[in-house]
Design a protein around this ligand. Structure first.
Ligand code: PRX
Length: 637
């Protein structure tokens, strides 16, 4: 298929020109689309690698997503909620505003103050965005933890952020089953005395054991006053912490501010989705991940958009659920992941073809590289060759989209599998190991050369780690951890992670986190995790384990124990596809595990491929390690 151009009638050449001539003034102009309590004295304070946007400006995220719509859009549905079991709820902008204010006052009544952190562990129900916006209203920093994480993973996150309040539910539905979220929280906080209160939404009506710390959501807000003036917060006031996996140790708390983040979200939501008042938008991401924060909560609500929020799994009760939702709500903009698309594609064309998808006008993809054949299927079968596809590249750390086609701004030819061009005002390059810009069509590392408004402020409580992770490989360039190439038209092609971060079904999992969980088993001496390609999930996890000399457990039992341990310590998303028991792991001379070699072996790649990847290690060394490993692999049933 040749390049595809679909005109939506937008052709604003000025925006890109403005952005190219002076990115700081450009973002200043975009920030004026928001409502500020007071203006800023300085647009950007860049003290590398720390950026403060709109210094001196006062703003509130809840005010910008709710109050500003009350005059003309109070009756407009903000959230069309669809429960996994088919229930539905409609919340207008006024409903949302009232509920947020009631909860904000209720939080104050239990002692929550500006600057406090609140952990939110909720399923995809309207109380989740309400909780986030109530925090934002009073200047508390929310830390949403995906409701699939285990008690240990949540404990680590609550402990790191020192949240004094946790908001959860009795349970959450997942594929027809009820997950008892409150029990998980009880386990997570049992040694965390600084947690003063747990607020419990009754979603599944599961029997609850309440302690003196626990308060039912309905009881808390029952008598709460529904007027709460939004706090006037500094532009860089921390809006949220979102924990994400990296290459080392425990998950890191990515910290985002307010004014810059909202500016980035306002602009990209408008440009990428070409949002109109009449649109019905549907993003399938869970709010527990960054896509949900930015493009379920903040982006659409800043624009007063109507959106569908869906509670359950995309293929529950069967693989037609998404098409049914699109038909039922007359969705116009659909934003999902390549993993979901690959899964839908597997069921053939008849299923989507049997639904009326004619309301769709724009399609999006996020979270992992989209294979060109999947892109074409999405374009043809779902979009009926009339909807542009935006393939949006970004990260938890970037806050919002960084590379994407922008149908709301300009009409450009699309290339299946390419994210196309950087967002205006954002400077991206592909460089080699030492930071030299690479010629077109050459694979290298994707870096960001200038600060941008949605940029993370730092890592929560760890400025040094922030410097080390993102700003130490290159001087003054942000290191993304991704491979990419730029073609002769200046289009970017994302080529996967360059580091030890895995992307399984679009979820980010750190190999270090997984390995430290495995080696904490008493029979394990060493372990190495890597990802190998998978037709549906993009990547799946393979783990190699070296047992201690005195290990007593048989490997079949051990395999089961390790899987239970991973599910308990991290969550089901980190479950490996396969565990191999080996006698030793191949290492470099400096003692580093050669993960790429393991990956090559597990993927049945040739040794030649590996030697080109590992330039710093002698080919002969790889060869012997490879042979040794092949000999020592004894896969257990
Ligand atoms: O490797 C890139 C991949 O997802 C990583 C960021 O993951 P996370 O912080 O969980 O955020 C995901 C949602 C924005 C990136 O470093 N990634 C994200 N979008 C794309 C992508 N890879 C290729 N194409 C994309 N469109």
């Amino acid at each position: 298929m040749s390049d595809i151009t679909i005109s939506l009638g937008n052709n604003d050449t000025n925006t890109r020109q403005d952005a190219t001539s002076d990115f700081i003034s450009f973002w200043e102009k975009q920030a004026k689309n928001l409502s500020w309590f007071s203006s800023w004295d300085k647009t950007l304070d860049w003290n590398p690698p720390f950026a403060k946007w709109f210094v001196g400006g006062k703003i509130n995220a809840s005010y910008n997503t709710l109050d500003i719509h009350q005059k003309i859009k109070s009756d407009k549905p903000a959230i069309l909620w669809e429960g996994e079991n088919g229930e539905s709820r409609i919340l207008t902008y006024e409903d949302l505003w009232t509920r947020v204010q009631k909860l904000a006052n209720a939080l104050k009544s239990i002692g929550v103050q500006k600057g406090d952190r609140i952990t939110i562990y909720l399923p995809m129900i309207p109380e989740l965005p309400i909780s986030m916006l109530a925090c934002a209203r009073i200047g508390a920093t929310h830390s949403v933890v995906f409701s699939g994480f285990s008690a240990t993973a949540i404990k680590d996150r609550i402990d790191d952020s020192k949240s004094k309040v946790v908001i959860t539910a009795d349970g959450g539905y997942r594929r027809g089953n009820v997950i008892n979220l409150k029990e998980i929280i009880d386990e997570a906080i049992k040694d965390l005395d600084f947690v003063k209160n747990v607020i419990v939404v009754e979603r599944t009506k599961t029997k609850l054991r309440l302690s003196s710390k626990d308060i039912l959501w309905n009881d808390l807000i029952h008598d709460s006053y529904d007027l709460c003036i939004a706090e006037k917060l500094d532009s860089s006031h921390p809006l949220f912490i979102l924990y994400t996996s990296g290459t080392t140790g425990k998950p890191k708390g990515v910290l985002h501010g307010t004014g810059g983040y909202l500016t980035h979200l306002y602009s990209t939501f408008k440009w990428a989705f070409d949002i109109k008042d009449s649109d019905v938008y549907f993003c399938t991401a869970d709010i527990g991940w960054v896509t949900g924060h930015s493009y379920v909560v903040y982006g659409p609500l800043l624009h007063g958009a109507t959106q569908v929020m869906y509670e359950g799994a995309p293929d529950f009760p069967d693989a037609s659920r998404m098409w049914e939702i699109i038909q039922k709500y007359r969705i116009t903009i659909f934003y999902t992941t390549p993993t979901a698309l690959r899964m839908f594609m597997k069921f053939g064309d008849d299923l989507p073809n049997s639904f009326d998808l004619s309301s769709l006008r724009l399609l999006g993809s996020v979270g992992e590289p989209i294979n060109p054949e999947v892109w074409k299927w999405y374009f043809k079968i779902i979009g009926k060759e009339k909807c542009p596809i935006i393939d949006t590249w970004w990260q938890t750390e970037t806050g919002g989209m960084m590379i994407s086609a922008l149908p709301g701004l300009e009409t450009i030819p699309l290339k299946p599998g390419s994210g196309t061009l950087p967002i205006p005002g954002i400077h991206i390059s592909v460089v080699d190991e030492v930071g030299n810009e690479l010629p077109p069509n050459t694979k290298g590392y994707l870096v960001i050369k200038n600060p941008w408004p949605g940029m993370l402020l730092t890592l929560w409580g760890d400025d040094q780690k922030y410097r080390d992770v993102y700003w130490s490989k290159y001087k003054n360039y942000y290191y993304s951890g991704d491979y990419a190439l730029k073609d002769t038209d200046g289009y970017f092609w994302l080529l996967g992670r360059a580091d030890d971060v895995l992307k399984v079904s679009g979820h980010r999992i750190g190999t270090a986190e997984l390995e430290s969980c495995i080696v904490s088993h008493h029979d394990v001496a060493e372990s190495a995790a890597c990802g190998i390609p998978d037709e549906i999930k993009g990547e799946v996890i393979i783990v190699f384990v070296v047992l201690k000399q005195n290990a007593t457990t048989d490997t079949a039992t051990l395999e089961k124990e390790l899987i239970v341990k991973i599910r308990n310590d991290i969550g089901a998303i980190a479950t490996p596809k396969q565990i191999y028991f080996v006698t030793r792991l191949p290492k470099t001379r400096s003692g580093k595990i050669m993960r790429r070699l393991l990956k090559a072996i597990s993927s049945n790649e040739t040794i030649g491929d590996v030697s080109t990847l590992e330039d710093d290690i002698a080919v002969s060394e790889i060869q012997s390690a490879f042979e040794e490993l092949q000999k020592s692999i004894q896969k257990k049933p």
